[in-house]
Design a binder for this molecule. Structure first.
Ligand SMILES: C[S@@+](CC[C@H](N)C(=O)[O-])C[C@H]1O[C@@H](n2cnc3c(N)ncnc32)[C@H](O)[C@@H]1O
Length: 279
């Protein structure tokens, strides 16, 4: 079986090509207002990334790490709108290779590099010196980590005093008739099993872990308060998940099915976080 982290890496060997085909280079949820206004999932994802860059106050010439960069769409976009230099980090070389190609096509290779780290390097991030970065971001990647608290402590070490951690992630919550841990788990456990997620946190559990690492949390919010969270994979399936016939297509079909069920139950949501390392 290997470690949880190794299973996630293997998951992306097959999910990576599927997600790329179905969602293009942007995989995370977007800004709800932009979605409601009818923007595409990619445009809404960019709008949310722009919000995070503004919240981080990242300046031209700054240096940033995007943890869990996938095939690179958001990393390259954040570099282009901020003028900062970025490293996008993954634990899957296929993803990093796709991201490099995309970055070169966008003419951004002098400003962005994509690196593949060992499965457990996220616990220390020793490749980065203490107090060295102007921003660390994550978009729907920390949910895959079994030791999220170590990741937040490592990020705290490598950020400059005054710099920010900004993130967006898959979470769970009580909703409607589903209030107890077991009622929530009946929908979230299948998502965790099929999509290789060791456990979903909540807005509050993330806030607590980020504060415990030493940060001042400026924003910890549910991006879909009081409404079902559809976002990156809308229920009409215009993206074509149901008819995907690539390698391990059953995992992709199952993933969409169990995620749709958790979305429809309302217990799945996405949270947004902004936290500052004190001066
Ligand atoms: C769903 S993808 C997110 C892609 C991208 N942020 C986006 O939204 O388009 C999850 C990312 O987390 C990374 N990841 C998961 N576990 C990791 C680990 N242990 N170390 C480093 N990266 C990891 C994966 O390699 C992948 O790049």
């Amino acid at each position: 079986m290997g470690t949880v982290e190794a299973q996630v890496r293997t998951y992306y060997d097959t999910a990576g090509p599927a997600y790329s085909q179905l969602m293009g280079p942007f995989w995370h949820h977007g800004d709800l207002e932009s979605e409601t206004a009818g923007l595409s999932p990619a445009e809404a994802a960019k709008a949310l990334a722009l919000k995070q860059i503004k919240a981080a106050d990242l300046q031209p010439g700054g240096t940033a790490l995007d943890f869990g960069s996938g095939v690179g769409g958001t990393t390259v976009y954040m570099a282009s709108i901020s003028g900062a230099s970025f490293v996008g980090l993954s634990n899957n070389e296929w993803l990093s290779e796709q991201a490099r190609q995309y970055c070169a096509e966008q003419g951004m290779s002098s400003q962005v590099s994509f690196l593949t780290a060992g499965d457990e390097d996220y616990k220390t991030l020793v490749a980065w010196p203490t107090d060295s970065l102007d921003m660390v971001s994550f978009f729907e990647s920390v949910c895959h980590l079994p030791d999220k608290a170590s990741f937040f402590r490592a990020v705290f070490r490598i950020l400059k005093p005054g710099a920010r951690l900004v993130g967006v992630d898959w979470l769970q919550r009580a909703f409607g008739e589903y209030q107890t841990d077991e009622q929530i788990a009946q929908w979230m456990r299948p998502v965790e099993e099929v999509i290789s997620i060791p456990g979903h946190g909540t807005v509050d559990s993330y806030r607590e872990m980020i504060e415990a690492a030493g940060f001042v949390v400026e924003i910890a919010e549910d991006l879909y308060p009081g409404v079902e969270c559809w976002g990156s994979t809308p229920p009409d399936d215009g993206q074509g998940w149901g008819s995907y016939d690539g390698e391990l297509s059953t995992v992709i079909h199952d993933g969409k099915r169990v995620l749709d069920a958790a979305r429809a139950a309302g217990v799945f949501t996405v949270g947004r976080f902004v936290a500052r390392k004190p001066e």
